[in-house]
Design a protein around this ligand. Structure first.
Ligand code: FAD
Length: 409
């Protein structure tokens, strides 16, 4: 029989009032906080670990997938491009161990469209350096970062969040704001605030990516590559699906980490174990889980390419194949029922097949910039003047409509 205990209710001190509170400091949260602060908002970023970048750093997913369409045209601009460049600002030790192309024709002058067609605008970066550079960038732009602060609940009045409550070394604290951005990756804040959410029913494969140092080479081992959506699986593939993780329960996540550790250690030891020339350089400190829970937005983004949206606030591409470009509607970033709540990164509103594309790092930056800008500009997300938001994004260098791209030669 289930056992319960009753916690004593108590008053929680409000630490400060902000214009915008961003929950989660992954790439989505970094882009959102940066955009909010640059657009004049007093901005707080709450992060439960002690580094920025989320899966992109602590999760060792140090591959910034393409911001181009694979036909030589750049698709994602603004903060998505800025963060890509920042990630390799001090160089990179990695030379794409599994790919036969790199971003040289994009990052350097003297290359033609024909050269760019042969490669995609993506980079591998040093996760540790990128985390520190993100931190410095946010601080320079006036964002207050609070590490070690897990958002555990939210207070809601009518259809708006009034405050979020964190657990940290200081105990429980409250932070009041006008607008809130869920960049937790798992739509944690949305759930806590009673917003409508959807879970990823298919679950995730076990991932055990780690960094290895072998002789002169330092590289990422990709154990547990991206799954394909069930919709596209053969009968046989569906039958042999293997264990899947939903990533929404503490116990399951701990178990997944244990399995991931065992898997990567076995892989490392198979190659001879530790020696002067062989090191297990770095393991992830957060679970490497792709899709878990997302908000139910006013619009559900689907994977139909080139679909025009009047309220588009950014463009993203398909990391899996060259060609498709997607407009991102503002409606897919805002909660249906909580007016001052939006989401970015891997918990925006998307169909399962689109989720597989929209969850990647460049798309997280695109959606982060859009909601961060909106959060700074409007009383709440539902009362946004979308035309004004689009103008502001364009002024800040973002391309939002397919027609704005360089024509295909
Ligand atoms: C195995 C694997 C391989 C992948 N491969 C690639 C790839 O090659 N290239 C690519 O571009 N993408 C890849 N992805 C996807 C990509 O890494 C992520 O989807 C993306 O980094 C997510 O960014 P995010 O900011 O939305 O969320 P996250 O990176 O998950 O960040 C969320 C942040 O919020 C914090 N947080 C969570 N809950 C709370 C809370 N309650 N309170 C406070 N803080 C909280 C977390 O600590 C974290 O820092 C991969 C993902 C996985 C798992």
């Amino acid at each position: 029989m289930a056992q319960f205990i009753k916690e004593k209710s108590r008053k929680i001190s409000v630490v400060d009032n902000y214009d915008v509170v961003v929950v989660g400091g992954g790439v989505g949260g970094v882009a959102a906080a940066l955009a909010a602060a640059r657009n004049g908002a007093k901005t707080l970023l709450l992060e439960r670990t002690y580094m920025l970048g989320g899966l992109g750093t602590a999760g060792l997913i140090a591959i910034y997938l393409p911001i181009c369409d694979g036909n030589g045209r750049q698709v994602s601009f603004g903060i998505a491009e800025e963060l890509l460049k920042l990630s390799v600002k001090h160089g990179t030790e990695l030379a794409h161990p599994v790919r036969d192309h790199d971003a040289k024709p994009w990052l350097n002058d003297g290359y033609t469209l024909e050269d760019r067609k042969k490669s995609r605008y993506e980079v591998e970066y040093n996760a540790n350096v990128f985390a520190i550079l993100c931190e410095q960038l946010l601080i320079e732009n006036g964002v207050k970062i609070l590490y070690g602060a897990t958002v555990t609940s939210a207070t809601v009045k009518k259809d708006k969040i009034t405050a979020v409550i964190t657990e940290s070394k200081s105990g429980r604290q409250a932070f009041v704001a006008k607008n809130f951005i869920d960049a937790s990756g798992d739509a944690d804040l949305a759930l806590q605030a009673g917003a409508q959410t959807e879970e990823f029913k298919q679950g995730n494969v076990l991932a055990a990516w780690y960094f290895e140092h072998l002789k002169e080479n330092y590289f990422l081992r990709f154990l547990g590559f991206a799954d394909i959506p069930d919709k596209y699986k053969t009968k046989e593939q569906l039958e042999n699906k293997g264990k899947r993780f939903k990533g929404l329960e503490a116990d399951e996540l701990s178990d997944m980490m244990v399995q991931s550790h065992a898997t990567l250690l076995e892989d490392f030891l198979k190659k001879g174990g530790i020696s002067k020339e062989h090191h297990l350089a770095q393991i992830a400190t957060i679970p490497q889980i792709r899709m878990t829970r997302r908000i139910e937005g006013k619009v559900v983004l689907d994977d139909e390419p080139f679909k025009p949206y009047e309220d588009s606030v950014g463009l993203i591409s398909n990391w899996r194949k060259a060609g498709p470009v997607f407009e991102v509607p503002y409606g897919s970033l805002i909660s249906k029922n909580i007016k001052n709540l939006s989401a970015c990164g891997r918990c925006i509103s998307a169909t399962d097949t689109m989720w597989e594309l929209s969850r990647v790092i460049p798309c997280c930056a695109v959606t982060g910039e859009a909601v961060g800008t909106a959060a700074a500009m409007f009383e709440d997300f539902h009362s946004a003047d979308v035309l004004a938001l689009q103008e502001r994004l364009k002024k800040n260098g973002v391309k939002i409509k397919y027609e704005e791209l360089e024509p295909l030669a």
